[in-house]
Write a protein that binds this ligand. Structure first.
Ligand code: DX5
Ligand code: ZN
Length: 221
């Protein structure tokens, strides 16, 4: 399996000091910036858009930015995020009218593309687009808010997704998002994840490096 990536979700960062927060979490050892986009339509919350992504790039952030779209419709915001400097764009298949087209829009700009599966969304949405996926993201909470508890049934779903990815022969990351903490990341890793989003567990901690180091130690154990 690939090297594991830690992707702090800036949803739990202090938005009044966002550039500094991102600098700090990257200096603490994060690999990727997870960027949660909510539209108060697909999910009952409203967050940040392409202008904030671009602002982070202008601020000097060079790390990959992992844009998690919780919006409907999907396609008309993809171009703006490409222009804003996104590295990954993932979306929820049930929010897109044409899943293959949305993936092609992302891939054709040279970005990494992925599908996001809510806790009750079946994995078969990936079946006919495996060749266009760079990442499969499993939600381990219902999308919309940080600070929720990990839904334990996601571990079986992770194993199922890992088996599908391995059987496909494609080079696809398996990302997990929601309720990830230092004390459950080991079993999440064992179930097959190789990219870990954590919001409240990192940004609510007094020292980001301590938590990220703990997470890496649990992953390696
Ligand atoms: C929820 C978001 C997550 C969230 C994770 O809809 O997609 O990225 O910020 O937050 P924690 O790690 O606190 O569950
Ligand atoms: Zn997310």
């Amino acid at each position: 399996m690939k090297d594991c990536l830690i992707a702090p979700s800036i949803l739990s960062a202090d938005f009044a000091r966002l550039g500094e927060e991102v600098d700090n979490v990257l200096a603490a050892g994060a690999d990727v910036v997870h960027f949660d986009v909510m539209d108060n339509h697909y999910v009952p919350n409203l967050t940040i858009g392409p202008m904030v992504c671009k602002a982070l790039r202008d601020h000097g952030v060079t790390a990959p930015i992992d844009v998690h779209l919780m919006v409907s419709p999907v396609d008309r915001i993809i171009g703006d995020f490409i222009d804003a400097g996104a590295s990954y764009i993932t979306f929820h298949p049930e929010a897109s009218d044409h899943i293959d087209r949305s993936l092609q829009l992302i891939k054709s700009a040279g970005l990494k593309a992925g599908l996001v599966f809510n806790p009750a969304t079946p994995l078969h949405y990936m079946d006919y687009v495996m060749d266009k996926l760079d990442v499969v993201l499993l939600m381990s909470v219902n999308p919309g808010f940080g600070g929720q508890s990990f839904i334990p049934g996601t571990l079986d779903k992770l194993r199922e997704a890992r088996a599908k990815i391995d059987a496909s022969g494609y080079d696809i990351r398996l990302e997990i998002d929601g309720g990830v903490k230092a004390d459950n990341i080991g079993e999440i890793r064992a179930a097959g994840a190789d990219m870990f989003v954590a919001g409240s567990a990192i940004f609510n901690a007094p020292d980001y490096k301590t938590v990220i180091d703990q997470m890496r130690a649990e992953i390696a154990a």
